[in-house]
Design a protein around this ligand. Sequence first.
Ligand code: NAG
Ligand code: NAG
Ligand code: NAG
Ligand code: NAG
Ligand code: NAG
Ligand code: NAG
Ligand code: NAG
Ligand code: NAG
Ligand code: NAG
Ligand code: NAG
Ligand code: NAG
Ligand code: NAG
Length: 680
Amino acid sequence: MLFPHLLTSLATTSLLGFATAQTCWKNTTCSGPIDTAFPGSWETNIYAPSSRTVSPKSVLSLATREVISSYPGPSLLSSNGSTYVFDFGIEVGGLVTVKYSTTGPGSLGLAFTEAKTYIGQWSDSSNGKFAGPDGALYSNFTSAGNYSYTMPDLSLRGGFRYLSLFLLTNGSTSLNIQDISLNIGFAPTWSNLRAYQGYFHCSDETLNKIWYSGAYTLQTNAVPVGTGRHVPFLTTGWANNGTLGPGDTIIVDGAKRDRAVWPGDMGIAVPSSFVSVGDLDSVKNALQVMYNYQNSDGSFPEAGPPLLQQGSDTYHMWSMIGTYNYVLYSNDTTFLAQNWAKYLKAMNYIYGKVGTSGLLNVTGIRDWARWQQGFNNSEANIILYHTLNTGADLATWVGDTTNLSSTYIARATTLKTAIQTYCYDSAYGAFKDNATATSLHPQDANSMALLFGITSANSTQAQSISSNLLKNWTPIGAETPELPGNISPFISSFEIQGHLTIGQTDRALELIRRSWGWYLTNPNGSESTVIEGYLTNGSFGYRSSRGYSYDTSYVSHSHGWSSGPTSALTNFILGLSVTSPAGGTWKLAPQFGDLTSAEGGFVTSLGKYRAQWIKSGKEYYTLNVQTPESTTGALVLPSWAGKVLKVDGKTVSKGRGKAVGGGEQVTLTVKGGNHTVVMG
Ligand SMILES: *[C@@H]1O[C@H](CO)[C@@H](O)[C@H](O)[C@H]1NC(C)=O
Ligand SMILES: *[C@@H]1O[C@H](CO)[C@@H](O)[C@H](O)[C@H]1NC(C)=O
Ligand SMILES: *[C@@H]1O[C@H](CO)[C@@H](O)[C@H](O)[C@H]1NC(C)=O
Ligand SMILES: *[C@@H]1O[C@H](CO)[C@@H](O)[C@H](O)[C@H]1NC(C)=O
Ligand SMILES: *[C@@H]1O[C@H](CO)[C@@H](O)[C@H](O)[C@H]1NC(C)=O
Ligand SMILES: *[C@@H]1O[C@H](CO)[C@@H](O)[C@H](O)[C@H]1NC(C)=O
Ligand SMILES: *[C@@H]1O[C@H](CO)[C@@H](O)[C@H](O)[C@H]1NC(C)=O
Ligand SMILES: *[C@@H]1O[C@H](CO)[C@@H](O)[C@H](O)[C@H]1NC(C)=O
Ligand SMILES: *[C@@H]1O[C@H](CO)[C@@H](O)[C@H](O)[C@H]1NC(C)=O
Ligand SMILES: *[C@@H]1O[C@H](CO)[C@@H](O)[C@H](O)[C@H]1NC(C)=O
Ligand SMILES: *[C@@H]1O[C@H](CO)[C@@H](O)[C@H](O)[C@H]1NC(C)=O
Ligand SMILES: *[C@@H]1O[C@H](CO)[C@@H](O)[C@H](O)[C@H]1NC(C)=O
């Protein structure tokens, strides 16, 4: 019995008994899964509540910010200004209902915040960067009585952890809070928020919690399509009544804000959602809206409606890469065929900006918050390289018969040469920010160069880039040189995958622990989700260091673009990934690092995929992988220097693989089904 719980759970046909008779959000159709795909003890790490209606966990004093009671607890607001802060314990979002009784006229105020830093009679900012403050909601009453107040739909608060309730009165009114409940607004089509279609569990509990915090973040970013941030932005307060796109559920950048589709963010969010929650409906609707709003010149908006910001070449390309990711996980060739003509127009639009030197000349200069963009920027060129390579696969999958696939690959090869020729700083050993002489060696381009294969894994160049990236590290994460003073878990999500791509396992794990570990254990944060960004001084005021002047509470504490560890731990550490649509082919390429075990899995339309590895002695590992019978997989085993290599009980003789670092790296092709490997 090597994997007792694995066998037990596979044998379990009855599903876990979470409540199934719940309704979904408002009038959406309940189309999400009802039960978890992989029941097991790891589910205690799921942050999502078991009900779509939740109550606070504890009550805090506003003055001390300390917990004074569990909820329900003290409830009497005795005079003007009296306040209690109710802590839901995790990030939540939706519509609050408060039941209360009063002794006279007055107002009950409701203020929301994600971070404890900003609790008070004033909400953190979801609208205030460019407009006025969010302030509070008020339930006003003119006489003594019993009242029930539910926030209006347009005032939906997409992301918060703390709710402050306070009394305003000109007289001697007191108010007794009788009940507080929250109708969760996110993951609107899921009746069971814990019905995850993927899982991950390893010997490091910190990594497990980080994996699940990314997953939960993505749930909070899957929102009802009618709850986008209103545009134009209000001058005071907030309104989340914007129409975001088709369908019932759609993936946006953040729970609190912007509540808009941002395709660049999806470059990290979508792979992580696939391996964890397993929500591709929200992805499909987000991509479809970008195609629906494609401009006549072929460019995509930078963000979906109603925001519809324009002018970003990188985000344009991320919509194209997003299409690849979606089809890779879903094999939704119907979606691809429907949008293919528009995809081709998008490709012509962006490739038309490649100039005589062979480099893309960026003219749509909006991007993630990097300080500078434009001309022959390295990051944008590397994204184009990945766009061309993924476009080649898409051409094959859509059944193109005009040699587009080889055209795109040839273009990618030429582009790679130009990037290497003009953008690499060989004296320093990393890519520059652009082809013009510059001393800036950005985190984004260098991380993506490793991840997207501008460098080959075992090259001196790759190893030099990986080493040079370490120079940006602080005790709480990697400072991004292209946005000085800031730590971007979005760009660090590329960095960890870059290190992993070239086998620098320990560096990736160390950065995950430093950066995401710092946030998840920060008592002022959500302790359940991943943050948009923060400063190297440990404050949450992402971007406030470079001349932007706005309320630092505007930062989103539940931002899917920072969820990279979730896909990285599954795809690189456990090592399980799909390599063609719906997992018709897959790969198991584990990286052990300092861990002693890891397991996990995900689901495609073909069925369940799961793997496990255990260190059962010094340099002695046992691996198991189970995939649908109809599939084919590659076992890419870590370098093996020992005596034993057995696959399904049969000895694999030495000398079959390639020599790697004093050992031998063996790659084997296997049919789907159940395979066990012993290495020692
Ligand atoms: C849900 O209700 C709103 C009005 O409250 C309506 O505009 C919308 O079309 C309904 N959606 C569905 C899917 O029925
Ligand atoms: C009631 O308290 C609020 C602050 O909570 C304050 O702004 C306001 O002036 C007070 N009103 C009166 C009548 O004291
Ligand atoms: C409710 O009370 C608040 C605070 O006293 C006030 O700002 C607001 O205008 C009132 N709203 C209405 C509709 O009377
Ligand atoms: C509120 O309801 C309770 C129970 O129904 C009742 O006893 C009480 O008098 C009501 N309070 C007010 C202020 O009307
Ligand atoms: C207090 O009195 C002021 C001035 O009359 C009025 O504007 C305000 O709405 C009152 N506040 C409450 C909470 O009744
Ligand atoms: C959304 O709310 C804003 C602010 O109240 C309002 O101006 C706007 O008309 C609403 N939009 C829709 C589509 O209901
Ligand atoms: C890049 O585009 C800008 C803006 O259109 C233009 O000024 C510049 O000359 C172009 N650079 C190259 C190398 O084509
Ligand atoms: C090259 O990058 C540096 C650093 O970001 C920037 O200051 C400079 O303006 C860029 N030059 C061009 C031509 O894009
Ligand atoms: C990069 O862009 C700058 C600014 O347009 C231009 O001067 C330079 O020639 C370009 N270099 C290459 C290799 O395209
Ligand atoms: C993907 O879809 C295509 C077209 O419907 C189909 O021919 C192919 O078998 C599917 N692949 C897998 C792995 O299911
Ligand atoms: C990298 O290349 C060197 C020299 O070609 C070789 O000795 C080593 O085993 C390779 N390592 C990997 C990880 O492929
Ligand atoms: C998978 O194979 C192992 C080793 O042969 C065996 O012990 C186990 O029962 C198999 N599991 C399933 C689910 O078939």
